[in-house]
Write a protein that binds this ligand. Sequence first.
Ligand SMILES: C[S@@+](CC[C@H](N)C(=O)[O-])C[C@H]1O[C@@H](n2cnc3c(N)ncnc32)[C@H](O)[C@@H]1O
Length: 274
Amino acid sequence: MTSPTARPLPASLVTAHAERARSFNSAAAVYAAARPTYPPVLFDAVEELSRRPLAGARVVDVGAGTGISTALLRSRGARVLAVEPGEGMAAEFRRALPATPLVRGDGNHLPLASATVDLVTYAQSWHWTDPAHAHPEAMRVLHPGGALALWWNTDAQDVPWIAEQADRVRRHFGDDRANKSGGGTRTLDADKLFAGAPFPPEPDRIARRVLRWSRRVPLDTHLANVASHSLFIVHGEESTRAFLDRERARLREVFPDGLVEEVYDVLLLVVTPR
Ligand SMILES: C[S@@+](CC[C@H](N)C(=O)[O-])C[C@H]1O[C@@H](n2cnc3c(N)ncnc32)[C@H](O)[C@@H]1O
């Protein structure tokens, strides 16, 4: 149960979601090497919308994974504690950021005292939580005047090769709704993000931004990035290899120099509770 009013999901969907949430652990090294980072404008926007500088802020980065977001928050001067449930991801994190504190835990039960942090961040990880628990937990650990920031790198669907690849993913999985992102299409819709939360954020306390950026990476890195998504990890190696082989041939036609221009829209939502 998520709340007295939320309808429970069918057991098969709950199991599939949990399996995808855990799946990253088996692909942590590929994840660390191939996943995109986040652009500096994202952190400028987090500062602006949370109305406080990152330098010196006490931040808890939840679902920290291999440390991509944690490292960037640290480079802006934040004092970051990482929280990560997965063993494989935590091991990769410790290899990359041995001096940064990490505790095993998840967003539904934060292993932190109340009113102890200035900012709670979820980079690409809020969708794995149950907002009925994760939202009150975030509110509990924040100091008065603190903020909750959620963000996702999403593929820019108005770029023709990216839209075509998304079609190929749907065809490969034989499912109209299949996409690389766990838990469905990314959204900044608060009703969906905070579904089941007992006291969801008030609309006038929510700010949003969409920030476009891009990176050019070797074709192999792009394909490893695709393969590091939970949809592919849980689907099995053989099927993923077949998809990637076909993808390699198609993308060579689009990017004859072997460098793929990945274009992202970062979706950012910041809650500043009263
Ligand atoms: C897509 S990765 C994002 C990692 C990192 N924040 C980044 O930006 O690269 C999602 C992470 O969420 C973690 N996760 C899964 N279930 C979670 C939960 N209930 N609460 C917090 N994190 C969770 C996974 O273990 C994984 O490390």
